[in-house]
Structures are given as C-alpha cells and as structure tokens.
Design a protein around this ligand. Structure first.
Ligand code: DOR
Ligand code: ZN
Length: 333
C-alpha cells in the first residue's frame, strides 16, 4: 500500500547549531516540507541579526530548497520597532519560563512583566508559542501552568497562542474554551507514559520535558489527536543531544525523533484506522491556524518495514533498533 502526504510539516523542531545542525537538518528535510525551528540555542535567537544568520545556516545545512525553516525568536521584552522589523522573517515568538528546560535560562522569570510585549504581538499578529510548565512538582507542572494559558487567551483574544508539546488531559480543555489557542503534540507523547521512562530500568533516551504523564493523559491525548481535532498540530519536539549527554549523570532532556516521526505516525494512525485524519494533523491544521502555504512537496510512504538505526552520528534516535512498518520511499518536489 502506498500513501502520499502533501507537504508534511513539523511544527516544533530543535535543529541546534554547528555539527549537530549539519547532522539533523537533512534528516528533517528528507521527510518534511517545513518545520518550526526553536530558538533555544546556547546564545538564544533573540535578535533579527541572529535570526537571519541562523536561518542561513539551516538552509545551507538542509541543502534542500523544498524544506522551509519557519523561524522563531526567543521571547524577551521587544520594542515595537524590533517586532515590526522581525515580523516578515518569523512565524512566531517562543516563550520559555526561565530555566524550565534545555538552554532556557534567559526565559521569563516573572509573568507579570510580559504583558507589554504580548500586547504588541497581538497588535502585529505575531503568534506566541509557549512552553507551558511551572516550576512545581514535575508531574503537575503543565497543569499548574494552565492558569497562565487561560490568562493569555482571555486577555489577548486576537493573539494566536500555541501550547507546545501538551501532555495532559486537562490541557485539552483549553482548546475547547478558546478559539485563539492551538496545541502541538509530539510522537513520543502519543506513545509513552512515565512508566516507560522510569518504571523499569531508567531510559535516558525517553527523558524529555515535559515528562511523559499518566495512562489517563496518554489516552486523552490519543483520543483528541485521532478524533481529528482541528487545532491540534503535529510538532515532533525532536531534540537531539549527543549520546554522552544522555547516558551520563545529569541526563539532558530531549527525544530525537525526526528520522522516525512521519513513518511511525502513519503506523499509529493506520493501527487506529484513522489515516483519513493524518493529513489534518501533519499539515492542514497547521496551515489553517498559522495561515501558511508550504511548498508543494509530496512524500510517498509505503507499508514496507525497516529497522531504525541504533544511531545517527553521535545521536541515538527514538525507537532505535525497533521495526517500523512504513517507510518514506520517495519525495516529489
Ligand atoms: O525535552 C526537551 N528538550 N524539552 C524541551 O522543551 C527542550 C528540548 C531541548 O531543547 O533539548
Ligand atoms: Zn522543544
């Protein structure tokens, strides 16, 4: 059986810099027509100059003109002039609470201080992408952040807000409360609970932020995604770290899923007999919510099994060594 997906998009991706960028950018470009690129580099992407330099490095590393990097700036207080200048180069601005995850130390420490910049973003119609976790107990962080999502959605009703990599049943309620809010969901959060991470021998390659939650949360996320909810978008949150930074004392957070995401999603949706809603999840919903028209790349996927390599360069991928029943066999640009 062959399936064709028009312009699949990864709406949340970490491409890193330097050697890691060279390694991972072609892997995303091989399956996706575009991706929303996260700005949490060692020195955050928080100026137009850094943004344009980073974009150039990505385009060069991907070496594929059918792959569009949709750039984001790292949230900080911006002036109207800065936002007006940046607007045409970005898809949105990514807000991290300070210190909540990898390279987010420069994030927001005081949410009472963000209103002015967020109001300008609403005025200029620049979407706000949010890593929604408090600094409370690790299993409650997303739930504790919901009050901030509600405050943002109510106070800025014309602002497009994207709740990134959501993991709890409660977070889904916000989608029904506010039409200006969308959410991304990762592949790994459609497959894992906390048990998979630490229930047996500890699995550093499944450790990420937000951490995988309960069976109830997993079922709720899966039900929402397979129902074809129009404001749930696929975002892999593929976050490569070299093996030495994962298999050590002080494991970095992140699951590197870029090379397996699309074929594994096909497998999950096929198993639920829901292949009809997969194009909404991997491209149509994102196009509608963000108002983007990606380049017309077609990705052909066959039901031919392959075994996921144990490593791509220095990085161990999600599902390493496992079989996936579908594979990308051709691309039409
Ligand atoms: O697990 C994660 N890794 N979550 C994030 O939010 C950031 C990411 C990274 O950059 O490594
Ligand atoms: Zn991320």
């Amino acid at each position: 059986m062959q399936l064709t997906i028009n312009a699949p998009l990864d709406m949340h991706l970490h491409l890193r810099e330097a050697q890691m960028l060279q390694l991972v950018a072609p892997l995303s470009a091989a399956h996706f027509a575009g991706a929303v690129v996260m700005p949490n580099l060692q020195s955050p992407v928080d100026s137009q100059q850094k943004l344009l330099a980073y974009r150039r490095a990505i385009v060069e590393a991907a070496a594929d003109d059918s792959f569009t990097p949709y750039m984001t700036l790292f949230f900080r207080p911006y002036t109207k002039a800065e936002l007006e200048a940046a607007r045409e180069h970005i898809i949105g601005i990514k807000l991290y609470p300070a210190g909540i995850t990898t390279q987010s130390e420069a994030g927001v420490a005081d949410f009472e201080s963000i209103g002015e910049t967020v109001a300008l973003m609403e005025e200029l119609q620049i979407p706000l992408l949010v890593h929604g976790e408090s600094n409370g107990f690790v299993m409650e962080r997303e739930r504790e952040f919901l009050a901030i999502y509600r405050w943002l959605a109510e106070s800025f009703p014309r602002l497009a807000i994207i709740m990134e990599h959501i993991t709890t049943a409660d977070t889904l309620d916000i989608l029904d409360e506010f039409p200006n809010v969308a959410a991304t969901v990762t592949l790994h959060h459609l497959m894992l609970t906390l048990d998979d991470v630490v229930g047996g021998l500890m699995q550093p390659h499944l450790f990420c932020k937000p951490i995988a939650k309960t069976p109830h949360d997993l079922q709720a996320l899966r039900a929402a995604v397979f129902s074809g909810h129009p404001r749930i978008l696929f975002g892999s949150d593929s976050a490569p770290h070299p093996t030495h930074a994962k298999e050590c004392c002080g494991c970095a957070a992140g699951v590197f899923s870029a090379p397996v995401a699309l074929p594994k999603l096909v497998e999950l949706f096929a198993a639920q007999d829901k292949l009809d809603v997969l194009p909404d999840f991997v491209t149509n919903n994102a196009q509608r919510f963000y108002g983007i028209t990606p380049n017309p790349k077609k990705v052909h996927i066959h039901d031919e099994a392959w075994t996921v390599p144990l490593s791509y360069g220095s990085v161990r991928p999600f599902l390493a060594g496992e079989q996936i029943q579908w594979q990308v066999t051709a691309i039409e640009k």
